[in-house]
Design a protein around this ligand. Structure first.
Ligand code: SF4
Length: 456
C-alpha cells in the first residue's frame, strides 16, 4: 500500500485497502475557519438538532483567519458566531481574534492596516497555524473546511479539504465516507540550486501534469531530495497538491518530521502520541515522475491557472503593477527570509505587500537581526508594506478594504498558491505565481525577473 492507503486502512479499521474502495474513516482532527465555520455549524445544527453536542470537543480546531482585518460587518460577525459556538460546545481549541470570550470582534479601520489588532490567542492562517499549534501528527486524518488543508500532508498525515456538509457530518459523528484515491508518485532527487525554491518544485510538478492532472488522486513526494527539504519546504509543496486537483499531498516520516511535531505538541500541550506510516515495496502508483531538483530553474505559473508554467527568465517582458508575499504557502518565516535576502539594500519599484501567515512569523521577523537591523526593518526600508495583521488578506481577494487586494485590473506577481481569474480581487486582474525570491526580484525591477540576477 502507498502512504495514503496505509493511513486510510488504519482509520477504517482494515488491514488492507486499495484505490477505489469506499471506506468509513475516523477523523483525528476537524478544522474550520471563519468563512466555512458558520455554514458548517448550520449544517451540524440542522442535521443533528439544536441541542446536539459535537462528537469530540477536543478534536475540533477553529481558526478565524480569512476575512478578519476588514470593516465588513458580516465578516466580523462570522468570528462572533464561532465564539458563541465554542462557548456553547466547550470546544477546546479556538484561536480567537480577541481575548474577551464574551466580546465582539470589530476591526477598527481608523488604526490603518499595518498595526496589530489581534489578541494573544490569535493564530493566523489556519494551515500554517495548525502545525505551529501542535495539531498536525503523522499517521492521522485531518479534515478541514478549506482546500489547502492538504498542506498538513507534509507531516506524513492524510489531510484533505471537505465541504460544509461533510464537515457538519464529521462534527456530529467523527466519521466520513471516503473513496481511496489512486496515488501519483513524485520522486525528488538532486539538490536545489541557489535562487530555486520549493515553490519551483511544485510549480514544475503541476506544470507537468496540468491543473487538473491529479484530480482525486494522492500526490506522494519522496526520494532522497525530499528528506533534505526542511518542513517549511515540504509544506509549500504539499499545500499546492490541490492546485493540480489532488485529494491530498503526502511526504514520508523522518527525524525532521519527528523533531518538529514533538516540539510543537510539547510546546502547546497537545496530544503527543502518533503512529507514522512508512513506505513498503508493494506500492501501486498510477503515475511516476522523477524530478531532478538540480536541473530546475525559477518558474512562474502565468494567468489564468497554476498549471501555466514558464521560466521566469523568459517572462522579462511582462511589466507588473504589484508584488505580494504572504499566505499559507508563501508567508512562512523561511519564505520572508529568502525574500529579504534578495531585496536587502535595494528598493521596490512597484507596490509590494507583505503579509506574514501567523503572529509567530511576525515575531520571528521582528526579532531576527541582520547587522544592526531586524529583517522586518530591512523589508520596510526597502519599501515593502509589511502588516502585523497576519491573515489570508488578499490571497483570496476578500472585501474591498482587504490589505493588498486588487480592486482594479492589474498584474501582480505573488508568492500565493492560486491564480484563477478574480482570485486576488478584480476579475480582470492577472496573478503570476512564483517563489518568494522571484517575487522579490520582480518587485525590484517592476517586471518578471529571475532572482538569480540578484544573487552574487
Ligand atoms: S492564505 Fe490563501 S490559500 Fe491559504 S488558507 Fe488563506 S485564502 Fe486559503
Amino acid at each position: 500500500m502507498t502512504l495514503t492507503e496505509k493511513i486510510l486502512a488504519r482509520a477504517a479499521g482494515k488491514t488492507q485497502v486499495q484505490a477505489g474502495d469506499n471506506v468509513w474513516v475516523k477523523a483525528d482532527v476537524l478544522m474550520t475557519h471563519d468563512v466555512c465555520g458558520p455554514g458548517t455549524i448550520g449544517v451540524f445544527r440542522r442535521e443533528f438538532g439544536e441541542n446536539a453536542q459535537v462528537w469530540d470537543r477536543n478534536k475540533i480546531v477553529i481558526i478565524p483567519d480569512h476575512y478578519i482585518f476588514t470593516a465588513d460587518s458580516k465578516s466580523n460577525r462570522n468570528v462572533d458566531i464561532l465564539r458563541e459556538f465554542v462557548k456553547e460546545q466547550q470546544v477546546e481549541y479556538f484561536y480567537d481574534v480577541i481575548d474577551d470570550p464574551n466580546g465582539h470582534w470589530v476591526f477598527d479601520a481608523t488604526q490603518g492596516q499595518l498595526r496589530r489588532q489581534y489578541g494573544s490567542n490569535f493564530a493566523g492562517v489556519c494551515h500554517t497555524a495548525l502545525p505551529q499549534k501542535g495539531h498536525t501528527r503523522p499517521g492521522e486524518i485531518l479534515f478541514g473546511t478549506d482546500s489547502h488543508t492538504c498542506m498538513a500532508g507534509a507531516f506524513n498525515e492524510f489531510a484533505t479539504g471537505i465541504g460544509n456538509t461533510d464537515a457538519g457530518f464529521v462534527m456530529g459523528t467523527g466519521r466520513l465516507l471516503l473513496k481511496v484515491p489512486e496515488t501519483m508518485h513524485f520522486r525528488l532527487e538532486g539538490k536545489l540550486q541557489p535562487g530555486v525554491m520549493a515553490k519551483d518544485v511544485i510549480l514544475h510538478c503541476i506544470g507537468e501534469i496540468g491543473f487538473d492532472g491529479a484530480t482525486y488522486r494522492a500526490m506522494q513526494f519522496d526520494g532522497p531530495a525530499a528528506t533534505h527539504l526542511c518542513m517549511d519546504d515540504r509544506m509549500t509543496i504539499a499545500n499546492m497538491a490541490i492546485e493540480a486537483g489532488g485529494k491530498n499531498g503526502i511526504f514520508g516520516f523522518d527525524a525532521q518530521t519527528q523533531a518538529y511535531v514533538d516540539y510543537r505538541c510539547k510546546l502547546n500541550g497537545t496530544k503527543a502520541t502518533y503512529e507514522p506510516v512508512e513506505r513498503d515495496h508493494e506500492e501501486k502508483f498510477v503515475y511516476e515522475l522523477v524530478v531532478d531538483l538540480s536541473k530546475l530553474e525559477p518558474l512562474v505559473a502565468c494567468h489564468p491557472d497554476p498549471g501555466q508554467r514558464k521560466l521566469a527568465k523568459e517572462l522579462n517582458h511582462i511589466r507588473l503593477d504589484r508584488a505580494y508575499i504572504g499566505s499559507c504557502t508563501g508567508g512562512k518565516t523561511s519564505d520572508f527570509l529568502d525574500f529579504a535576502r534578495v531585496i536587502r539594500g535595494k528598493h521596490v519599484a512597484i507596490d509590494t505587500f507583505g503579509v506574514p501567515a501567523t503572529p509567530e512569523i511576525v515575531r520571528d521577523l521582528q526579532a531576527a537581526r541582520w547587522g544592526d537591523k531586524t529583517v522586518w526593518q530591512i523589508l520596510v526600508e526597502a519599501g515593502v508594506q509589511m502588516t502585523e495583521n497576519a491573515s489570508c488578506a488578499a490571497c483570496l481577494g476578500g472585501p474591498t478594504d482587504t490589505f493588498g487586494r486588487m480592486n482594479t485590473p492589474m498584474k501582480c506577481i505573488s508568492a500565493t498558491n492560486r491564480n484563477f481569474p478574480g482570485r486576488m480581487g478584480h476579475r480582470e486582474s492577472q496573478v503570476f505565481l512564483a517563489s518568494p525570491m522571484t517575487v522579490a526580484a520582480s518587485a525590484i525591477t517592476g517586471k518578471i525577473t529571475d532572482p538569480r540576477e540578484f544573487l552574487s
